[in-house]
Structure formats: C-alpha cells, structure tokens
Design a protein around this ligand. Structure first.
Ligand code: NAD
Length: 269
C-alpha cells in the first residue's frame, strides 16, 4: 500500500461499490486516504468485504444500501454520509447495468430500467452531491475544489452498440449530463469529469472474456492487447478525484487500451 495519500481528509461516496469497477475504486480511494460510503443495492456481504478492505487501509467506511434510481433512497444515503462523515467531497457515480435486447423486441421495462439506473441514477446522485458541495464550499486545507463528481461512462458514449440501444443511450446521455454539469458548476469550483472504460474484466461482461474464443474475439477490438482490469479504472478515478488533476474540468478520460482508435482500420484503411 502506498504512503502517498492524495485524498487524505476527504469523504467519498461510490455507487455500485460492492462489485467490479466500483469495488476497486472504493478500495483505491480508501488506500488514498478517503473515508468511503460503499453503496450497494444487493449482496450486503460483498459490500461489507469492501468496507473491511478500507478499514485495513486505515480509513472509515460504511456500507449503505440504496437504489440509485430512487430519489428518496439517494437522499437518505447522502444524509447519512453527512451525518457520519461530516460532509462529502467526492462522488463516484458508478452504478450501472445492462439489459441487452434486439431493438425490435426491447420491452419498455428494459429501456426504463437501464435509463433509470445508469442515467437518472447519476443525475440524482450528482444533484445530491452538488447541494452538499454548494452548502459547504471550498475548504482549502482539504481540497482546492468544493467537490468532485466522476461519472462512470463507457466507450459506448461514442461507439454505437447494436443489441444494446438502451445502454448506449444511457452512456451517450451521461456524456452531455457530465459536460453540462461541468460547465454550470465550474464557477462554483465543483469539478465534474467522466471516465470511459473500455472492456474491463468484471461481472457485467463475463460472456465477453470467460472463454478463450470470446477473449480472442474481444482482443481484436483492443490495440493494447489485453483486457482492462478494475484497478486500471481505480487509478484514474483517484487521480481525477485528487487536486493533482485540479485544472481538469468536463473531460472524459478514456481508459480503454485504445478501443476507441478504430482498430479495424489498422489493417484496412
Ligand atoms: P458490475 O456489474 O460488476 O457492477 C455494477 C454495480 O452497480 C454493482 O455493484 C451493482 O449492484 C450496482 N448497481 C446496479 N443497479 C444498481 C442500483 N439500482 N443502485 C445501486 N447500485 C446498482 O459491473 P462493472 O463493470 O463494475 O460496472 C460499473 C460501471 O462501469 C457501470 O456503470 C458500467 O456501465 C461501467 N462500465 C463497465 C465496463 C466493463 O467493461 N466492465 C465498461 C464500460 C463501462
């Protein structure tokens, strides 16, 4: 574990923090010195395991169940965070899911579920975080900024995705939600940025990497020649949440091994 604590004295909420990318980000924030609310919606044991890892790093952590698409549950989560930690400095709006379906057959329920969690969930959490950042303002001994919001997007904010119209729409929406918030809130010293992961080895996309054939096919899309790991995203999140990225505002950081470089053109252009 590093002695470098760029997030010392800061308080964070990570949504969807008991699995995959969110889990890795929450642990990395704790290792960087932040106290962390570990949000989950199911599988409390996994959330408690993340809390234990953050305690081992010497920081405070609590597991909190909340569905990010439900406004009352989001508000309760932020109230608890402020009650227990005093304030919130960092939001990692990470919770997300896929409900894949051919477009012609997609039921409204699958459309609404994905938009509700992936996009409205980010709106609700970012709004609650913003209200707390505005209430408290800048505390120079903690951070140059009044608060930091990091929206977990995807390469699919740029790359259309057949069979996943609901998911790609949610990520395209996150791009302009993030940029609009960044433009509106920068004068208040609130920094809003996004991370666009490529293919990261997590439960959301198991079928894309869990057989040799699937992995071989996936790797044709990744110039850097390996699948991403949750820790690749966690390191980017710690940097974007820290004052080391203080002048970075409204940017999407692609952490994708080059997936958005049109790899098909490397041999055929
Ligand atoms: P994951 O399935 O391991 O984690 C998703 C998390 O979100 C889980 O903890 C899940 O319980 C939580 N979640 C789902 N619905 C929720 C709700 N209503 N309220 C609160 N939490 C909820 O998948 P992951 O790969 O770690 O995904 C994390 C984020 O990264 C998602 O936004 C996903 O779209 C994005 N992403 C992942 C990849 C990838 O390749 N894994 C690529 C691009 C973007």
């Amino acid at each position: 574990m590093s002695d470098h604590k760029p997030l010392a004295r800061q308080k964070a909420i990570v949504t969807g923090a008991n699995s995959g990318i969110g889990e890795s980000v929450a642990i990395a924030l704790g290792q960087a010195g932040a106290d962390v609310v570990v949000n989950y919606v199911e599988n409390e044991d996994a959330a408690n395991a993340v809390v234990d890892r953050i305690h081992q790093a010497g920081c405070k952590a609590v597991a909190h169940r909340a569905d990010v698409s439900a406004q009352d549950q989001v508000e309760d989560m932020f109230e608890r965070a402020v009650r227990e930690f005093g304030t919130i400095d960092i939001l990692i709006a990470n919770a997300g899911l896929q409900r894949d379906c051919a477009f012609a057959e997609m039921p409204l329920g699958k459309w609404n579920k994905v938009l509700g969690v992936n996009l409205t969930g980010q709106f609700l959490c970012a709004q609650a975080a913003t209200r707390e950042f505005l209430r408290r303002g800048v505390v120079p001994s903690v951070s140059c900024a009044a608060g930091k919001i990091i929206c977990m997007s995807s390469v699919h904010q740029e790359i259309p995705w057949a069979g996943h119209a609901n998911y790609a729409t949610s990520k395209g929406g996150i791009k302009l939600l993030m940029e609009s918030m960044a433009q509106e809130l920068a004068p208040k010293r609130i920094r809003v940025n996004g991370i666009a992961p490529g293919a990261i080895r997590t439960p959301i996309n198991t079928s894309a990497w869990n057989t040799p054939e699937a992995l071989k096919s996936l790797l044709t899309l990744i110039p850097y020649g390996r699948i991403g790991l949750p820790e690749d995203i966690a390191r980017a999140a710690v940097w974007l949440a820290s004052d080391e990225s203080d002048y970075v505002v409204g940017t999407t950081l692609f952490v994708d091994g080059g997936m958005t470089l049109f790899p098909g053109f490397s041999t055929n252009g």
